[in-house]
Design a protein around this ligand. Structure first.
Ligand SMILES: NC(=O)C1=CN([C@@H]2O[C@H](COP(=O)(O)OP(=O)(O)OC[C@H]3O[C@@H](n4cnc5c(N)ncnc54)[C@H](O)[C@@H]3O)[C@@H](O)[C@H]2O)C=CC1
Ligand SMILES: O=C(O)C(=O)COP(=O)(O)O
Length: 540
């Protein structure tokens, strides 16, 4: 029976995602059948059980993808976060286990920013309370006198996707916008017409409304405590549509009780789905149940993007939004993709032919690629090498860590001497003198891949299927013996390439065979006359 790939979905997804996974467009089609298990409201114990044989997990913020869950997953290769914030995923553990984490940045930006403004207007114009009173038959116009946004100063912490959109909307309300974000350039501030504040303290002292739009991490957890809140002017307002805990909830509650902070609009809480009761029921607090991303439009974009990320990862392609991969700019580049496949195969050849303890793995690239693209070639090289020498599951995600664990040094060199073809050389050095092997390959026209050298021997052979790498004395009859032996064992030769250093000297042959070679066949092959060595290279 054909092996299927299990995709477990533990959060509500737009139907477009399910349809894309079920009816894959030809350019994203995967070979194995997909078993889609859609459990948007499953409790933890059910998820823990289901995860065991899951290959891909798609989740939203309610699923804690923590170390116990990741460890319980025996076959997991991708965690797809159908949104932006991935604080609910133990990315370090995922990396350790070689699991790729992807997300969908930018797809819910507008929705999150609109909700932030919605909370702000609701808060300053007391809309929810006015609604409640009026719909209950009341008509109390004086009680609901509010405050205008126009002319007020909003202090934004984090001028990223959501922050800059909030800034734009706030400008539309004639607000003054000031921001604190130490990680972005002056240019971005200028583009967003946001006044830069160099410290959080400066921002707090100068705003009427504080809105946080940073990820929750060690640095931002409780970055706004009582002491920070009290640096704001008395009667200021705060908004949190980012993550619960960025503004310390107990401290916020205290300043609300004291009347120091006039009100708060909150979408995200420290303890979801059971937020602090006193906070959510405070008369000056307006709340929503983490719905910043919950619009039809955002969910459509997220659903579409996450399904594409999952299909790309299953096809072994580079995904657009990796969370725990070094950034690579390979996107859409077919040539680079072919070149990275060739790099992996060349490295796999190298890994199968050296017979010393490796100390250094070196990749030399002679091609028209930029420095960022080199990163993907590096990972391909490490993956190819380690998938043969390591028993652990090797992926782009954990390849660097696994190499470091083995104490093997990695070197990389980029030469840009040729533009018409992409060449690469992989060298493995041992600790002793003369302990060195090198394997070279070339990609012609972005599609024709050839292995072209092993040490000083020159070839032109397709890196496909199984190869016998044979060293022999350059004497008459060797090729005949090899042909007869393989034919006797019903092994068909797909390609035979012979190279020698000098007449009557040493020769090396690469024999590409159809099908997989049995161990016994290669063991007996080594006993043929005039052979020095014969190595089997498989998995190409
Ligand atoms: N309520 C909801 O449903 C939603 C919540 N979010 C939350 O909002 C956060 C922001 O989302 P995006 O704008 O898309 O992310 P982003 O990554 O585009 O922006 C985050 C910004 O915060 C800045 N930053 C990081 N650490 C900082 C620090 N210590 N001090 C000041 N600035 C800092 C970064 O430089 C970056 O510019 C997400 O991490 C997510 O947790 C996002 C979308 C929906
Ligand atoms: O994008 C984010 O960070 C969000 O908070 C949205 O999360 P959700 O998809 O609603 O679980």
């Amino acid at each position: 029976m054909e092996k299927s790939v299990k995709i477990l979905i533990t959060g509500k997804l737009h139907d477009v995602a399910l349809q894309l996974l079920k009816n894959q467009p030809p350019e994203l089609a995967v070979t194995e059948p997909l078993e889609i298990v859609y459990l948007p409201d499953a409790p933890r114990d059910v998820i823990l059980k289901e995860i065991e044989n899951t290959n891909v997990l798609i989740s939203r913020s309610e699923t804690d993808v923590d170390a116990p869950l990741l460890r319980a997953a025996k076959k997991l290769s991708v965690v797809a976060r159908a949104a932006v914030g991935y604080g609910n995923i133990d990315c370090d553990m995922a990396t350790e286990l070689g699991i790729l984490v992807v997300n969908t940045p930018g797809k819910n930006t507008n929705s999150a920013a609109e909700l932030t403004l919605g909370l702000l207007l609701s808060l300053l114009r007391k809309i929810p309370a006015a609604h409640q009173s009026t719909s209950a038959g009341g008509w109390n116009r004086h009680h609901f006198t509010g405050i205008e946004l126009g002319g007020k100063t909003i202090g934004i912490v984090g001028l990223g996707n959501v922050g800059h959109r909030v800034a734009k909307f706030a400008k539309g309300f004639d607000m003054r916008v000031i921001c604190y974000d130490p990680y972005i350039s002056d240019e971005v501030f200028r583009k967003n017409q946001a006044e830069r504040k160099n410290t959080l303290e400066e921002l707090l002292a100068d705003c009427d409304i504080l809105s946080v739009h940073v990820p929750l991490n060690k640095e931002t957890k409780s970055m706004i405590r009582e002491v920070e809140l009290k640096k704001m002017r008395k009667g200021s307002f705060v908004l949190n549509a980012a993550r619960g805990g960025i503004i310390n909830e107990k401290d916020l509650l205290k300043t609300l009780h004291e009347g120091y902070i006039a009100g708060a609009g909150i979408d995200t809480f420290e303890n979801e789905p059971n937020p602090l009761k006193e906070l959510i029921s405070h008369p000056n607090v307006i709340v929503s149940p983490h719905i910043g991303a919950s619009t039809l439009e955002a969910q459509y974009r997220i659903g579409e993007t996450i399904a594409i990320q999952v299909l790309k990862s299953l096809r072994g392609e580079i995904v657009d939004y990796p969370v725990n991969l070094p950034h690579v700019s390979i996107l859409g580049s077919g040539d680079l993709r072919q070149f990275s496949v060739l790099t992996e195969k060349t490295s796999l050849v190298a890994a199968q032919i050296f017979d010393f303890h490796p100390a250094i793995l070196k990749l030399t690239v002679n091609a028209n690629v930029n420095k960022e693209d080199l990163q993907i070639l590096k990972l391909s090289c490490l993956k190819g090498f380690l998938s043969h020498v390591s028993d652990e599951f090797v992926s782009y995600v954990n390849a660097e860590r696994l190499l470091a664990k083995r104490g093997i040094q990695f070197e990389i060199e980029l030469k840009n001497t040729l533009t018409s073809k992409n060449e690469l050389l992989i060298e493995v050095f041992g600790t002793g003198t003369n302990e060195k092997i090198s394997v070279g390959s070339v990609l012609y026209d972005g599609k024709f891949a050839r292995l072209c050298s092993i040490n000083d021997f020159i070839f032109e052979i397709e890196p496909e299927g199984d190869l016998i790498v044979m060293q022999n004395h350059d004497r008459p009859g060797v090729i005949g013996d090899v042909g007869t032996y393989l034919a006797k064992n019903k092994v068909n030769i797909a390609q035979f390439e012979l190279s020698r250093n000098r007449r009557g000297g040493m020769a090396m042959s690469l024999i590409r065979v159809d099908g997989e070679l049995e161990t016994k066949v290669i063991d007996d092959f080594r006993k043929l006359p005039n052979l020095i060595s014969a190595k089997l290279v498989s998995g190409l």
